[in-house]
Each structure stands twice: as structure tokens, then as C-alpha cells.
Ligand binder design. Structure first.
Ligand code: WTA
Length: 642
């Protein structure tokens, strides 16, 4: 164990007897899954409503493309909405929605059903049929969730694009998916001001062949350009549609959504998820990891629907379990740093799920802010997106969790679809910084090149057996799917997650971070090559190398090294600013480099590979390690001096 636990801190935190006594998940789940994992997953699938029962739990004959719950049919939206209304829970609030400017709406399951039905009828009237793709580029408003569910209801495959992405990124995704419909808003609220959003869609879909319609929700009342025949207002199209709609069942393997994520090359990967297995695991994990009590809990996941966490733990997991949840549109410091805690108090939030980067931001703002609020309703805390450092973990537990709420540190990925490694809150004695153990039913291991490592050793994180919510491929590029995830351990048939991990002496797992060229900035995945290609796209740049340097608040910060083209004048700060802006425009403001250095040369090996390790050393201000394989070690003096 290398964790620096000071003597005054316990090494681990067992759940209180009271929590353990009422927990949904007990230790016998592990035993049941161990005994017969397929029977275990079948039991989890049976928590859902199937129209046609499945005949086989898993068909792995076409590996690495799994089929789960073979032959079964279901409707995902029915499971998330209609089912609860049919169970007499129509008046229960599904969503306490809180707008950034202070407006709010409570939406019951009956109202959600009416809204989803209206949208489904409107989408059908536009000519959309099962299998078509729909791009959703929206802020965190109820219509975004309604749109996702209406797609699911009709068997349309949605592709949500984070509303912080640039028009170029939207275009790339819309083209790759071949979306027929794009749903957006006129604008979005950001720190008290409306920012345009449809304008980016106008730019993005100009000339995009697949797009027939752009459906626009009026959110900010901003002026928009309008293309007659293509553009439609939500209030003219969806609102007047009939609130009655009968859901049709689809095959368990029907594509539910595509979500783009960064890979190690410049082009983002469209991760494909299907219906029955995805919903089974999203629902199972949400129920057991968050210990959801649908009658009493008020659950809040602070993610954005533009990311997988929003898909699985705002939309499909919680709604399939009939949860009451908070959905908040804005930033945590609008109008001030008290916003999250005001919301917790207003709705009596009991379960709060966020990212370590935000916990560290709260720490920076100071504990007097949360201390000014009654957070006593909180009984469970979650963390996701990056390793949580022990200091932040302890602060989170003490200041937000009243020294008693268990913390579930959940490891998973866009590709895994749902949580894979996490404590069970009523069972596990949690250690600050460790994601602990694979969930019941999940075969995650830490391995070296050929076999599991011993206790106390580090290695690669792999998944040995298929799991229900696993990705079914990369949209339009199955070779890349096999190559990215299945070629590293081809012989063993293990899924390669791209993360490094360590097993401690107790067999608990510590995720160490990516072992590839993917950076993790505030929990967002950004590939170094994506940022490099944005930089090289600028006429002044000849070559660029990008590394993730450790950053106290954001986990990693992006540091770029750039060589200018011959004859380009180095205008210093002005050019640096312009190059950083280029990345923000090309990808998203979240990809804007924290530091950018204009350098005369880049350190390369004799075979011409850029030595990122050395650049990282420079970026983090460390002494240089071994430079013996460099072509010309003097390059470094030049880089350091610039
Ligand atoms: C990292 C987010 C440590 C990891 C759900 C993974 C984590 C990548 C954790 C996936 C965690 C996620 N501890 N690292 N609890 N959760 N990661 O696809 O590097 O946006 O591979 O999915 O985030 O990011 P993605």
C-alpha cells in the first residue's frame, strides 16, 4: 500500500450498521454471481418488463460482439416511464428540474409519459422510422431527456452531442452517424447569460446530406436564423401532438444509442450500445450501487447528458428504477458557489453523484460554503470520471457526507455502458481512493502482459468476460473496435480498458489512470492527437505535440508544444492565444490547452517518435529522466528555454 494515510485517519470506512441493515445489496450478491454468472444476469434482466421473453442469456459465438438476452423484445422507454404509471406511480415526481436562471419544473411520471408520447408522435409524423439516427445537441433541459426517451420508444438511435462541442465537432458526429434529425435549442444559459446554440447547428449542418430537419426548443428567447422547410419549433411540432402513444417492442440487440468518445487517434469513436443488456446493467447498478429507495430517495447526478454518465445515471438507470431525481441545467457557481447546496436543501437530496474535479473545486472554494447549509438529508455519495485522491475523498465524506455517508467510487467507461468496479455501499469497508472490487457479475482483473498480477502489484485493467452493457462496436468501423479493445490481449480474449491499476495487499483495486494517449481533464476524455490535429490545422503550425500534465484541480491539464512553419512570425502571447482559441473552436472549450509553448524542436527518438514522457516531465517541471534515446538531447535546453 502506498496510500499515505495519516495515523489520525482510519484506513477504511465500513458502512454503519444502520446503513448495512437497510441496504438493497447484501454480500450474498457476490456469491450468487460467482456461482452462476449467467443465471445472475438473467435475474437482473427479470427486473425489467420484457414483451417477449429471451431464450438465451448470452450468445458469445460472434465474439467480440455479444448478444445478450437473445430473442427477447422490450421497449426501453416503456421500462423507464409507462411501467411506473401502470404500477400506479404516475403522480410520483420523476424529475425536479432546476433551470439555471432559477425557473423550475416538477415532472411526474404521468407527465413524462405524455411528453415522451407527444415527441414520439411528432417524430413519427416527420417520417422517422426505427433504425434512423437522431442527433441531440441540447443543454440540460427536460426536452433533452424527453427526446432521448422518444427515440428509444421508436427504436430510433440517438446520438447525444455535448452542448459544449463546437460546430465542427457536431458536423463530424452528424455525418458519421448519418442523422436525419437534429434536435437543439435556440440558446443555452451559461452563468446568467444566454449563449447561442442553434447558430452552431446552422453552421454544422450546412450541406450535411443526411439532415432533413432541425427541431428547436425555445429556451432563451434568443434571435435565431431560420431555414424554412428544414427548421421546426418544438412548440409548433411536439407540443400540439397527441399525448397518447403505444410503444412497440424491439429486439434486445436493437441499437439504442451512439455516443462519441475520444480515442487515441484524431477521429472520435462512435460507441454503440444496444437495448436489453444495456438497460439491465444500468438498472441493476443504479439500484445496488446507489441503494435507491424509490419512495424516499431524492437522487441527483450532476453529470451532463452529453456524456455516458448522463445517459446511464440520469436517464436510463434512475428512470428504469422509478427514481425521483434532480436535474440541474447550469454551472455550480451560478449565481454563486452556494448553488448545489441550495438545491440539495430545496429538494432534500439524499444521494449525490459527482466528479472528483468538482469535489476539489468545492474544497478550493472553502468548507464555509457547504457548512452554511443543512445537508443532513444526504445519505450516500458517489464519485466518477477519474481517480479521487484520498484528501478529496475524506473532505467529501466529512463536509458533504456528514462523516457518515458511504462513498461509492465508481469505475467505468463510455464503452462499458454502466458501472463495473465500485463498492457496494452497505457491504464494503471503503478505502479513500480505491474503487475497491468488481461488482457482482463483473470479471475485472489487473494483469501483466499474460496473467493476473500478484497482490501489491500494478498492471493493466482488463475485463475477462462479456458483460450485458458492453459496447457492441464502433459505429461504422468494426475493425477499429476489434483493434482498439481486443487486439492487446487477443490470445486471452480479454477486453483492454486502456487504464492502469494496482491491486493492494487486500486485493482492492486502485485505478491509476490511462495508459494510452487519452487525457482526463475534469473527467472529460480528450485525446492528445485530437488536440494535435486541431493545432496543426492552423496555418502557422508545422508540428504539435500534446501531453496531459497533472493538475491540482482538473486532474490533468493540457500542455501543447508547437513548432511554427518556416517564415511565420512568432508574435508570442498573441499567437499563443490564437492557437488556444483554434482548439476551442475546433473541438470544444474543454479541450483548450492550459499551457502552450512555441518551441524550436520536439524531442524525438531515433525512430522518429515524439517522446511524450519527456515532454510531460518538462510540463510538470520535473528533472528530465533518461534522454539517451533522444536524437539530440540539446533539443531540451531549447524547449526549456522557450
Ligand atoms: C476514467 C466515464 C478512476 C478512466 C464514466 C476511464 C476513472 C475513463 C473512474 C472513462 C474512477 C472513470 N476512478 N478513473 N472511478 N471512472 N475513470 O468514457 O480512465 O468518459 O477509462 O466514462 O475515465 O471515461 P468516460
Amino acid at each position: 500500500m502506498t496510500d499515505t494515510v495519516s495515523p489520525s485517519h482510519p484506513v477504511s470506512y465500513p458502512p454503519s450498521p444502520e446503513f448495512a441493515a437497510q441496504a438493497n445489496a447484501t454480500a450474498d450478491l457476490y456469491a450468487a454471481a460467482e456461482k452462476d454468472s449467467l443465471a445472475f444476469w438473467a435475474e437482473q434482466a427479470d427486473r425489467l418488463h420484457w414483451e417477449t421473453p429471451y431464450q438465451e442469456v448470452l450468445d458469445w459465438s460472434d465474439a467480440p460482439v455479444a448478444k445478450w438476452f437473445v430473442g427477447g423484445t422490450l421497449n426501453v422507454a416503456y421500462n423507464c416511464v409507462d411501467r411506473h404509471v401502470a404500477d400506479g406511480r404516475g403522480d410520483q415526481v420523476a424529475i425536479h428540474w432546476e433551470g439555471e436562471p432559477g425557473d423550475s419544473r416538477d415532472i411526474t411520471y404521468s407527465e413524462l409519459l405524455a411528453d415522451v408520447s407527444r415527441a414520439a408522435n411528432a417524430f413519427t409524423a416527420l417520417g422517422l422510422v426505427a433504425g434512423d439516427r437522431v442527433a441531440i445537441y441540447m443543454p440540460m433541459i427536460p426536452e433533452a431527456i424527453v427526446s432521448m426517451l422518444a427515440c428509444a420508444r421508436l427504436g430510433l438511435t440517438h446520438g447525444v452531442i455535448f452542448a459544449g462541442f463546437s460546430s465542427a465537432a457536431v458536423r463530424q458526429r452528424v455525418d458519421d452517424a448519418g442523422a436525419r434529425l437534429v434536435i437543439t435549442t435556440d440558446g443555452q444559459w451559461r452563468r446568467g447569460k444566454p449563449a447561442p446554440l442553434k447558430a452552431a447547428v446552422d453552421e454544422a449542418v450546412d450541406g450535411a446530406e443526411s439532415v432533413e430537419h432541425v427541431l428547436v426548443v425555445n429556451r432563451t428567447g434568443s434571435d435565431v436564423d431560420w431555414v424554412e422547410g428544414r427548421d421546426l419549433w418544438w412548440h409548433d411540432t411536439v407540443t400540439p401532438a397527441s399525448p397518447e402513444h403505444t410503444a412497440e417492442a424491439f429486439d434486445s440487440e436493437h441499437p439504442l444509442f451512439i455516443l462519441y468518445t475520444s480515442g487515441t487517434t484524431g477521429k472520435p469513436k462512435g460507441i454503440l450500445h444496444t437495448s436489453g443488456g444495456y438497460l439491465t446493467q444500468a438498472s441493476y447498478t443504479h439500484y445496488n450501487v446507489f441503494d435507491l429507495k424509490r419512495d424516499t430517495d431524492v437522487y441527483w447526478c450532476t453529470a451532463d447528458i452529453g456524456w455516458i454518465t448522463g445517459h446511464s445515471y440520469i436517464v436510463y438507470g434512475p428512470l428504469s428504477n422509478g427514481a425521483t431525481q434532480v436535474v440541474y441545467e447550469g454551472t455550480p457557481n451560478s449565481p454563486d458557489e452556494h448553488r448545489h447546496w441550495n438545491i440539495v436543501e430545496k429538494y432534500g437530496v439524499t444521494i449525490y453523484y459527482t466528479a472528483p474535479t468538482l469535489v476539489r473545486t468545492f474544497m478550493k472554494w472553502g468548507r464555509q460554503i457547504p457548512d452554511a447549509h443543512d445537508l443532513s438529508t444526504i445519505r450516500l455519495l458517489g464519485s466518477v470520471g477519474e481517480p479521487i485522491n484520498p484528501e478529496a475523498w475524506r473532505w467529501y465524506r466529512e463536509v458533504i457526507g456528514g462523516n457518515s455517508a458511504p462513498i461509492v467510487d465508481t469505475w467505468w467507461q463510455t464503452e462499458t455502458g454502466a458501472i463495473m468496479i465500485s463498492p457496494l455501499p452497505g457491504v464494503t469497508a471503503t478505502k479513500p481512493g480505491s474503487a475497491q472490487t468488481p461488482l457482482p457479475g463483473i470479471a475485472a482483473r489487473v494483469v501483466d502482459e499474460t496473467k493476473p498480477v500478484e497482490l501489491g502489484e500494478s498492471g493493466f485493467l482488463v475485463i475477462e468476460k462479456p458483460w450485458p452493457s458492453m459496447l457492441r462496436g464502433i459505429w461504422g468501423d468494426m475493425d477499429r473496435y476489434r483493434d482498439t479493445y481486443w487486439s492487446h490481449f487477443a490470445e486471452q480474449g480479454w477486453y483492454f480498458a486502456g487504464d492502469g491499476a494496482r491491486l493492494d495487499e487486500d486485493g482492492d483495486l486502485w485505478v491509476l489512470g490511462r495508459v494510452d494517449d487519452v487525457m482526463n481533464v475534469s473527467g472529460h476524455r480528450i485525446s492528445t492527437s485530437e488536440v494535435e490535429s486541431a493545432l496543426v490545422g492552423h496555418p502557422a503550425v508545422a508540428e504539435a505535440a500534446v501531453v496531459g500534465a497533472s493538475d491540482e484541480t482538473t486532474g490533468q491539464g493540457i500542455v501543447a508544444f508547437v513548432i511554427l512553419r518556416e517564415g511565420v512570425e512568432n508574435t508570442g502571447e498573441a499567437l499563443i492565444k490564437e492557437l488556444k482559441a483554434q482548439v476551442a473552436t475546433d473541438i470544444s472549450p474543454i479541450a483548450r490547452p492550459r499551457d502552450l509553448k512555441i518551441v524550436p524542436e520536439l524531442p524525438k527518438t531515433r525512430s522518429g517518435k515524439i517522446m511524450r514522457r519527456l515532454l510531460r516531465d518538462v510540463a510538470e517541471g520535473r528533472d528530465l529522466g533518461d534522454t539517451s534515446s533522444l536524437v539530440d538531447p540539446k533539443v531540451f535546453e531549447a524547449i526549456r528555454g522557450s
